[in-house]
Design a protein around this ligand. Structure first.
Ligand code: SF4
Ligand code: SF4
Length: 176
């Protein structure tokens, strides 16, 4: 039984090779000819804006923590109303492996991958992108999502003092 399945596996392997020998090779004359990648192709990273045109990034550092090659760095800052933003935001694309973990980790949809794969540079230092290079005008995927509309800002007023916010539970009242 196992001998027969071995023969079958060999046969299938040779058949696959034979089929591909008969096919015409596909040669793309890049960069004169360009292939259009799939819409979900993961290449250049951008920072998007919410529907009000504000920066979506709340400088939570989750993307930086999720990055397996440690190529994202940023510094958080806060506006007088308590809204957080990234004072600076940097991605070193010479180290990025385009895994998409940063976009998965982002709670605000700020950081997104795009199909733009043409980011080769002669000088490796040109692959270090600052916030000005990363921030785009649009909202990209999920254009209606606005993190602060869901979460509120709520760090300037005491908890429960913002409009439409209920008083927080006193945990000591839950003790036996
Ligand atoms: S795509 Fe992956 S490697 Fe690149 S910045 Fe995001 S988490 Fe890091
Ligand atoms: S891009 Fe997203 S995950 Fe990264 S710091 Fe900004 S809000 Fe947090």
């Amino acid at each position: 039984m196992s001998f027969l399945s071995d023969i079958k596996a060999f046969g299938l392997g040779f058949w696959t090779t034979l089929r591909h020998i008969m096919r015409r090779p596909v040669t793309i004359q890049y960069p004169e000819e360009k292939r259009t990648p799939f819409p979900r192709y993961r290449a250049r990273i951008v920072l998007t804006r919410d529907p009000d045109g504000e920066e979506r990034c709340v400088a939570c550092y989750l993307c930086s923590a999720a990055c397996p090659v440690d190529c994202i760095s940023l510094q958080s800052a806060e506006r007088p109303n308590g809204r957080r933003y990234a004072a600076w935001f940097r991605i070193n694309f010479s180290r990025c492996i385009f895994c998409g973990f940063c976009a998965e980790a982002c709670p605000t949809m700020a950081i997104q991958m795009t199909p733009d794969y043409e980011i080769c540079k002669r000088d490796i230092m040109d692959l270090v992108y600052e916030k000005e290079d990363l921030l785009v005008d649009g909202s990209g995927k999920d254009p209606d999502y606005n993190f602060y509309r869901h979460s509120g800002i709520g760090v300037v007023n005491p908890r429960g003092a913002n409009p439409d916010e209920e008083s927080p539970v006193d945990v000591r009242s839950l003790m036996p």
